[in-house]
Design a protein. Structure first.
Length: 129
């Protein structure tokens, strides 16, 4: 794989909304990887159905390209269409399980984009009732 010029990358993301700085960073990186010849796909891990009513084509053509960065690769909701990748990339703690479950991946990575504990309150034992 080290001798290859182009890789197949699978980016696993949590649900997003317009203005998400973390998603913006990820899609900017993805756009630049595509411009260098890599084949990229986006996989939405939406376990709670936050984006259940949005079609994958709408997510890519409008929401991702307008809100964040122009990407060319396919966008998938769920993982039934898995086709493997040279590198599968988790982008948040909520995406790790899905990324690990992707079959036929040669390598796996975790992009640390934010200090995740600041986004999710820690449980304080004194307040648990």
């Amino acid at each position: 794989m080290a001798d290859r010029d182009r890789l197949r990358l699978a980016l696993v993301i949590p649900p997003f909304t317009q203005g998400s700085g973390g998603h913006n960073t990820l899609f900017q990186i993805l756009s630049r990887l595509e411009s260098r010849g890599h084949t990229c796909s986006v996989w939405l891990a939406d376990y709670h159905g936050h984006m259940r009513d949005v079609w994958p084509a709408v997510m890519m053509r409008y929401e991702i390209n307008d809100f964040f960065a122009p990407i060319k690769g396919p966008v998938y909701k769920g993982f039934d269409a898995g086709q493997g990748a040279d590198v599968a990339i988790a982008t948040g703690w909520q995406t790790v399980h899905a990324m690990l479950a992707l079959e036929h991946c040669r390598a796996r990575a975790y992009v640390v984009n934010d200090h995740e504990p600041e986004f999710y309150a820690a449980l304080d034992g004194a307040h648990v009732g």
